[in-house]
Each structure stands twice: as structure tokens, then as C-alpha cells.
Design a protein around this ligand. Structure first.
Ligand code: UD1
Length: 385
């Protein structure tokens, strides 16, 4: 079968790395028809340290097509991607299109495919924050409702789809509880990650750090970065925490831009907050394994913190990964500086349960590939092969 993978943003490279490795394993095992994967990179993330470094470190096959669509408003970005992906689908005639997560790239890939009657497979289906102000929430709801093959990372995600009337086998959609491919990636690449000491040595601002001596933070959600009050409250909280425990902040370009616009100078935050550039996946894993606490508004990092047994303070009012809160591993603190500092301090005396396995066993990608290889794709749109 011919599988067209559409990716473009950093978290998608991590997920696609796990699935592309499983495609290679499937083809090597020759247990059935092989899968020819064609990778389309929309260009949404384009800086070397937001894109190329992931392909190199994670040995993701080089994209077959690069669409160079980025730095536009939501409508313009999604629209141009839609047009460009459509052209690729018409030329390549894939049996299915594979999309990941909840970015503008995801929605564009799904819409282009479904309108051409090419089945859409969605990895990370069924997640909901129930916050329709988030562009990601709109992208994931629409992608799930347009999709034919929905791979849910958690039982909660399956139930979320059911609540919206999407059930396995009904109305033509297939719904699978696949587990989370991010766990596959974390388990595999942790063995390839450098020692944290090597990361500290490579960054002058981190040279005095050691294991368990720092908190790791990321901030990039539009809801946080595009509201100057929220942004300055979050940076106030990070600086406050940094008085007791240095905070390492690999800064997303969106946030760097918004900080500058809000008159907050990143270098002035030093020494409490150590602002460095975006880091590759392997360095991120090294920092995760060495930190004592994670503070983030990212979805993926909340789970990665859990994989590494680190407590997480989430800088949002809600999360798609509600099971982490139930296990006591994650606290939603929003952007209120007192709440963030309190949550961070409280973790010193808490013992969250990191032994649960809400995301599977780390073999989600093999299961996904086996299902894709076995499905009768033309039947989804009433065609005979
Ligand atoms: C996007 C996703 C978000 C995901 C995040 C991961 C959407 C709606 N949002 O948000 O779900 O969690 O990626 O990082 O799709 N920029 C650069 N260099 C880059 C990439 C981006 O300078 O390599 C700049 C862009 O020009 C833009 C800003 O960063 O000004 C935001 O980029 P964009 O891709 O629109 O959204 P993200 O905030 O990265």
C-alpha cells in the first residue's frame, strides 16, 4: 500500500519517527504487503533547530516533498497547505493519508484527503481540552470528524469520541485504542540521548547545573503567549521559582517574539530563568531525565514528564491528558503566579503514582502499522480495489 504521511510541526516529527520505524520493521518482516511511505513536510516549522535536527537525530526518512508554508495567519497557513497537499495527493494517488495530533498541518492534511475520498488515519485521535479558544482543539475535533481510521492514545480519548457519536464500526469510522506513540519514541530514543552533563557543557548558561538541581520549563501556547498579562504572569512565576531552583527554558520562537513585543527581555530573566534556544529531541530527553520538575503548557511534555517520573505543573487551566491529574503527577495551575509557585513547592512533599500505564507499553506504532496494512482502504469510500 502507498501511505502518504503529512507532518510539519515539531511534535509531529517525534510521533512520525516512531511510526516510520514501525513501517520499516513491517517491511523488513514481509508478513504481508509492504508499505511505501511518502513523507510530506508542510514547512510549518522550518528553523533548523525546530525541524532538521529532529529528522537527523531521530533518523526519520527525508521528506519526499517540502511545501514551505509557514509564518502565516491560521486561515492563510491552513489554506495554502490544503491546496499544496491536495496537489500532492492527486499526483501520488495514495491508498491512505496519515496525520498526527492537532496542528494546522493535521487539519490541512485531513481535509485535502477526505475531499478526494482518500481515507484519513489520525494518530492521537479523541483528545479534547473542551476549550474552543484553542486552535488545536478546533483542528482535532474537525480532523476526528473527517477521519476514517482513528487511533486513540488513551481510553479517555475513546470515550471522548463516543460522546461525539464516533464509535468503532458506526458510520464507516474505525476507532482503535492504540496507546501513545510518544511513549514508543521516548523509550527508544532515551537510549540514544546524551548525558545531561554534555547538554550543560554545551550551553554557557547551564554550565553550573547538575542532576536534579533545576526545573525544566516550556511556554508556547497562543493562549499564553498572545496575552501580555498571562505572559508576564507566567514569567513572573518562573522567575519566582527560579530564586529557589534554577529554571531552564528552551524558548520557542513564538514566545521569543511575543516577549520582545511585551517588552520582557529574555536575557534580563537570568540568573533565575536560563533562557536557551529550542533544543533537539535527544537533548530534551537528557534534560527531562535530569530535572526535578517540569513546568509547561505543552501537551507532549506533560506526558514526557510522566514517562521520566517527573512531576509536572501545567501552565493552563485544562489538559487533554486528564489521567495525569488523577494520578497526582500533574497539577493545573493556569498562569496565576501564586498558584504556579504553590504547585511547584507542593510537589516537594508529594509522592505521585508514576507506575500506572495509561499510555500503553510503548509498542503503539507497531500496532498502528499492522492495522493500516490490514485495512481495506478503498472500501471506506465505497470503491473496489
Ligand atoms: C504549533 C501548533 C501547536 C504545537 C506547536 C509545537 C498550530 C495551530 N499550533 O504552534 O499545536 O504545539 O506547533 O511547537 O498548528 N516559527 C519560527 N521558526 C519555526 C517555527 C515557527 O520562527 O521553525 C515562528 C513562526 O514564524 C510563527 C511562530 O513561530 O511566527 C508560531 O509558529 P506556528 O507554527 O504558527 O505555531 P506554533 O506556535 O509553533
Amino acid at each position: 500500500m502507498k501511505l502518504l504521511t503529512v507532518i510539519g510541526a515539531r511534535p509531529q516529527f517525534v510521533k512520525a519517527a516512531a511510526v516510520s520505524r514501525a513501517v520499516a520493521r513491517w517491511n523488513a518482516g514481509a508478513r504481508g504487503e509492504g508499505i511505501r511511505e511518502i513523507i510530506v513536510h508542510t514547512g510549518q516549522h522550518y528553523d533548523r533547530n525546530m525541524s532538521d535536527v529532529f529528522f537527523e537525530e531521530m533518523e526519520i526518512p527525508r521528506p519526499d516533498r517540502f511545501l514551505a508554508v509557514h509564518s502565516l495567519s491560521h486561515g492563510a497557513m491552513t489554506g495554502r497547505m490544503l491546496e499544496a497537499v491536495e496537489e500532492v495527493i492527486v499526483e501520488e494517488k495514495p491508498d491512505a493519508v496519515l496525520v498526527y495530533g492537532d496542528t494546522n498541518t493535521t487539519l490541512a492534511g485531513a481535509l485535502a484527503a477526505v475531499k478526494l475520498h482518500v481515507p484519513v488515519a489520525h494518530v492521537e485521535a479523541g483528545l479534547r481540552s473542551w476549550n474552543r479558544r484553542m486552535p488545536e482543539e478546533i483542528n482535532r475535533v474537525l480532523t476526528d470528524h473527517a477521519g476514517q481510521v482513528l487511533f486513540c492514545p488513551t481510553e479517555t480519548a475513546v470515550r471522548n469520541l463516543e460522546a461525539e457519536g464516533i464509535r468503532d464500526g458506526e458510520g464507516g469510522a474505525r476507532v482503535y485504542l492504540s496507546g501513545d506513540v510518544m511513549l514508543d519514541a521516548a523509550l527508544f530514543y532515551a537510549g540514544k540521548a546524551p548525558e545531561a552533563a554534555a547538554v550543560f557543557a554545551g550551553e554557557p548558561l547551564l554550565s553550573d547545573l547538575s542532576d536534579k538541581s533545576f526545573a525544566l520549563a516550556t511556554v508556547h501556547r497562543a493562549d499564553n503567549t498572545d496575552d501580555p498579562e498571562r505572559l508576564s504572569a507566567i514569567f513572573g512565576a518562573l522567575s519566582e521559582i527560579g530564586r529557589e531552583t534554577p529554571v531552564v527554558l528552551p524558548l520557542h520562537p513564538r514566545t521569543r517574539g511575543r516577549l520582545a513585543a511585551a517588552g520582557i527581555k529574555a536575557e534580563r530573566l537570568f540568573p533565575e530563568v536560563r533562557v536557551i534556544g529550542p533544543v533537539g529531541y535527544l537533548s530534551m530527553l537528557a534534560l527531562l531525565s535530569a530535572c526535578k520538575l517540569v513546568l509547561t503548557d505543552s501537551g507532549g511534555l506533560q506526558k514526557e514528564a510522566f514517562f521520566f517520573g517527573k512531576p509536572c505543573v501545567t501552565l493552563r487551566e485544562e489538559t487533554e491528558w486528564t489521567e495525569l491529574c488523577g494520578l497526582g503527577a500533574n497539577v493545573l495551575a493556569g498562569c496565576d503566579a501564586d498558584a504556579v509557585c504553590c504547585a511547584a513547592r507542593d510537589f516537594a512533599s508529594k509522592r505521585p503514582d508514576f507506575s500506572a500505564k495509561p499510555y500503553g507499553e510503548g509498542r503503539a506504532a507497531d500496532g498502528i502499522v499492522e492495522i493500516l496494512a490490514g485495512l481495506d482502504m478503498p472500501a471506506f469510500f465505497g470503491r473496489t480495489p
